[in-house]
Design a protein around this ligand. Sequence first.
Ligand code: HAM
Length: 419
Amino acid sequence: MMFQAPKGVPEYYPPRSAIFLAVREAFAKAAANAGYSYIEVPVFEDTALFARGVGESTDVVTKEMYTFTDRGGRSVTLRPEFTAGVLRSTLEHNLHQGQLPVKLWTTGPAFRYEQPQAGRYRQLQQFNVEAIGTEDPAVDAETIAIAWSGYQALGLTRVRLLLNSLGCRNCRPQYRGALQEFLRRLDLDEATRQRVEINPLRVLDDKRPEVRAQLADAPLIPDHLCASCKSHHDKVRTLLEDLSIPWEDNPRLVRGLDYYTRTTYEFDHPLLGAQSGIGGGGRYDGLSEDIGGPPLPGIGFAVGVDRIILAIEAEGLAVRTPPRVAVYGVPIGEEAARRMFTLVHELRAAGIAADMAYGSKGLKGAMKGADRSGASLAVILGERDLAAGTAQVKNLATGEQSAVPLAEIVTTLKERLTS
Ligand code: HAM
């Protein structure tokens, strides 16, 4: 029997895996440039952290978590996202006792038991940024700018930024009440009616045309923001304008996780069809208290690496990836292979990426390997070369070949590669 990867789990293997790394790299660079440090958090956590953090009324918690009891009888859950774990770790290790905001980035897989389809996976890859410990709207704009420069560095030109504010614990309840009052008068199925009582804002996100049609006159949150939320929102928008980052106000934008307050945003890519969300984030000023911590505001985002790869491909972008190696060794015969093995290691030690033909391939097969490796130079070593203490260095682009003394080969190759 041949095994297959689990359902809904994408894999990235060469050459496409180079795009995967390029995406991570682009965002890591943008985050590091803005003073964010790396944090490594667990792949699984206490189930209650996500139930309380992400929210009991969300699809993620009620339907999508990979939860199991470990051998010690504890209920643990594979992380469906990073924010709750990053904040838990920040509090546990007292990072918030130092300079604020605490600025952190991380990346890796998250797990959601969703119905798999193009761009929607059960193991999904995120790049995640959090800024913890400030209410300054400039930091909201900073997180958006980091995501934006990541997309730009990858050459994506069709990304749209959608922006909204979800208010705070002072103004949201009043809005929630007004929305519920409106929704209770509509003609809705039982499941949606229940949602109106539990999580009415999510109803605004309903994609079904018969529901949408009824929502045209729904009260919208920007009209219900308190003065301080309104001023916060205006400041974020002013700063985005200062940075020339274009956005669209979307008063119906609600997010799939419960912790959001005030600024919320999503990045969307028009060529991706149904799963067009390539990133999203926002403020979570009450999350720390929800998970047992002190009052500690925060904001962050996660981008979906899998979907960004699809967006790069949909835009037809060529991601420049470096050749696998710079030098490729072609030994003819056993003794030459042994000498080449050492030479390749000397080259690597000198900082030159090098590989060689393994498994007595013969000249033709080994030269094919050299071409496929992306190397610009091949080093050919036969018995006669060995006896003479030289090797043949071949420029794989021009075909030029010359003998170089083995004693000088590392320096010579280094010179040729940099000239
Ligand atoms: P989220 O919107 O649930 O936010 O996920 C962020 C991004 O992850 C989405 O925009 C999408 O690109 C990607 N994503 C989510 N689910 C899937 C899936 N099943 N398959 C493929 N890609 C997916 C969060 O996770 C928040 N923790 C972001 C955040 C950080 N908010 C504040 N800080």
